[in-house]
Design a protein around this ligand. Structure first.
Ligand code: ZN
Length: 657
């Protein structure tokens, strides 16, 4: 593991807290030290308060902040003397501890201090760094982990047996520390949890963390437990993609709402999923209390959803589960499904949570495999896992969830998504909680958004193979498809029928009509699996009902598409798939309507640009966003009993009325 300290970079962070920010970020840059909000850091400083008194303050990582991106505002300032008094109590229920921490902050708007705050306070060092380093956890999670840690670190570290995070852990650490720490102590290992390092400066604490973790890594290398065997990964096939979508549909049925299913088919995941001892090594439980909270229980092996449903039901029937809100029951179900063919699949209510579970389990797999190679992986006991899972603090978090957005757990595919109405549809869908597969022929589609619930793929829709590859990639990422927005199309230059060539005609028909038939056909097997019923929205045109001269190919293609949708609605009703069409008119904030074209068209009708844009009964301008919002709502509950409808969005057009 590389030490990332850089003198020049560090010099830009002046002051104790700024230095704290700098090395926290360095720790955060290494996912095998801290992952997704795991780990925490602190610094002890003196400050003068408003009445001129000097106070000892502990700045400790606030909850909701990630070490990789933390800022000064992400640290909660808590008064030290009170923390030290709290540490002397014989017991303190965790919810009460959280209250004590919050009410001793010197900045009311600061985030809630970490639940490990008291632990940071009792350690008599200015800088304290805490990580859940994979290499250390690998060693602690073996049968003779305690002895191994002792042999690696000698008297450099104080070793704390496993205690659940919270007040009790802080108290045990305080006792062990005062009994065992000495001159040579530079850190502390918490069995089945992680490691602490201390320093007088940010650099010293950071350097020590890296050195200590490197000792653990070196030990694993010496013991032949570092390098893992690699196999050739299986290339995903269409059939596998379909069985992934089936699995998602079945899990959604069991959960009672739509879920995202993320699939990882990298070498590491496949190697793990194909191990002959999978049933043994994967069923012992997560590596750290932090992982218990994120990945929930032991993984499901294989894609037989009956076993999944059973695990879910068994859990549902436990005494502890009965006190819970049924809406949070997914949190009880396995989040990880491992299948030799599918690889690693993770379940989440959102794409982000599924991706986080995947990330964490990637590390868990490595920890388990190395620990196995070291002599045998040994997780926390079932009781310890249960205790963390039903921790009052975690339960409180679940209760403050609120109503999730409309399309939470659902997946939408939008064509022509890089600009205009398509781009606006992507935004409207993301805003309502859907994960979006966005296709466009423009390469910038891949970077329009950078977020876990967005998968942009460059794709020429007239190439069926290319489309199927894109669809497979999208299904691999989110597990299925619930909503299809058919938006891509071309509006060719004006041309009278007398001059219209076969080639021009066919080009328009090909993209505006033929391609959409292919899209409907290829998406059908996935849409019919949708938990809430599949939905298709077609961006049609006013030209269907009120054609204009010079646009024969365009008008005919949109009219034919309209008829295709009507027939499809007849055929797919029994599959609970509803298809509806919007007929926008005069949407000028799209790529085709440059200032130049707009000026020319307005002049042609003898109108100002403003009058031309609002040339409808209501005298309103129609924007891409207006169309997108309506298209998105048509996939929601308001239109749940509507199919084969055609809705104008044109400000009122007398030719249509
Ligand atoms: Zn921790």
């Amino acid at each position: 593991m590389k030490n990332l300290w850089d003198d020049q970079e560090a010099a830009r962070y002046q002051g104790d807290l700024a230095q704290r920010v700098y090395t926290s970020r360095l720790l955060g840059r290494n996912p095998s030290l801290v992952l997704h909000g795991g780990g925490n850091t602190s610094v002890k400083v003196q400050e003068t308060n408003i009445v001129g008194e000097t106070e000892d303050i502990l700045y400790v990582k606030g909850s909701g902040w990630d070490l990789a991106t933390i800022e000064e505002a992400g640290f909660a300032p808590v008064r030290m003397p009170h923390l030290l008094k709290l540490a002397k109590l014989s017991s303190l229920p965790d919810p009460q501890m959280v209250n004590e921490l919050k009410t001793q902050m010197t900045r009311a708007s600061a985030p809630s201090p970490s639940v490990e705050t008291i632990l940071h306070a009792i350690l008599p060092y200015k800088y304290v760094d805490h990580t859940h380093a994979d290499a250390v956890v690998t060693i602690t999670n073996t049968a003779d982990g305690f002895d191994r840690i002792q042999s690696i670190y000698g008297n450099k570290l104080v070793i704390i047996p496993y205690v659940m995070p919270g007040f009790d852990l802080a108290r045990v650490c305080a006792e062990k520390f005062s009994a065992e720490a000495g001159e040579q102590t530079i850190g502390m290992v918490l069995m089945n949890h992680g490691i602490f390092s201390f320093g007088a400066t940010a650099k010293e604490a950071y350097d020590r963390m890296i050195d200590l973790v490197n000792l653990a890594e070196d030990y694993l290398k010496q013991e032949g437990a570092w390098e893992l065997e690699k196999k050739q990964p299986i290339v995903p096939t269409q059939a596998i993609t379909q069985s992934l979508a089936n699995l998602r549909a079945e899990v959604s049925q069991v959960a009672g709402f739509s879920v995202i299913l993320n699939r990882q088919t990298d070498e590491k995941s496949l190697n793990f999923a194909q191990r002959p001892d999978l049933a043994l090594i994967s069923q012992q439980g997560p590596a750290t209390p932090d992982h218990v909270i994120r990945t929930k229980r032991i993984p499901q092996i294989g894609r037989d959803v009956r076993a999944y449903a059973e695990a879910y039901q068994t859990y549902f029937n436990t005494e502890a589960a009965k006190v819970k809100d049924p809406k949070t029951m997914l949190d009880e179900a396995p989040r990880v499904i491992i299948d030799p063919e599918l690889g690693l699949c993770t379940v989440g209510q959102t794409a982000k949570s599924a991706a986080i579970v995947a990330d964490i389990y990637q590390h868990t797999m490595e920890i388990i495999e190395r620990a196995t190679q070291l002599g045998g992986y040994q997780a926390l006991s079932a009781t310890d896992i249960f205790e963390v899972e039903y921790w009052d603090l975690e339960q409180a978090k679940l209760r403050t969830g609120g109503t999730p957005p409309m399309f939470t757990g659902e997946v939408a595919l939008v064509t022509g998504a890089a600009s205009g109405i398509g781009k606006a549809c992507v935004e409207s869908l993301l805003k309502r909680g859907a994960a979006v597969i966005a296709l466009d022929i423009q390469p910038e589609i891949e970077t329009v958004h950078k977020r876990a619930d967005y998968c942009g793929i460059q794709c020429d829709l007239t190439d069926e193979t290319a489309f199927n590859q894109a669809l497979t990639k999208g299904i691999e990422t989110f597990g299925g498809l619930d909503i299809l927005v058919l938006n891509a199309g071309i509006f060719p230059p004006s041309c009278r029928v007398a001059d219209l060539s076969q080639a021009q005609w066919q080009k328009v028909m090909n993209l505006n009509l033929d391609t959409n038939l292919m899209l409907l056909r290829e998406c059908y097997p996935f849409l019919k699996l949708s938990f809430k019923g599949g939905r298709v929205v077609v961006i049609g045109s006013k030209n269907v009902t009120a054609p204009g001269p010079g646009v024969a190919a365009y008008s005919v293609s949109k009219a034919a598409l309209n008829q295709l949708i009507r027939v499809t609605a007849l055929e797919w009703g029994r599959d609970r798939i509803r298809l509806n069409t919007l007929h926008p008119n005069a949407v000028f904030d799209t790529g085709i309507w440059t200032e130049e074209v707009l000026t020319a068209r307005a002049k042609h009708y003898g109108l100002t640009i403003e009058d031309y844009k609002t040339n409808n009964l209501l005298k309103v301008e129609i924007t891409s966003r207006d169309v997108a919002e309506l298209a998105t709502e048509m996939c929601g509950p308001l239109f749940s009993k509507t199919t084969a409808a055609q809705l104008p969005i044109d400000g009122g057009n007398e030719r249509v009325i």
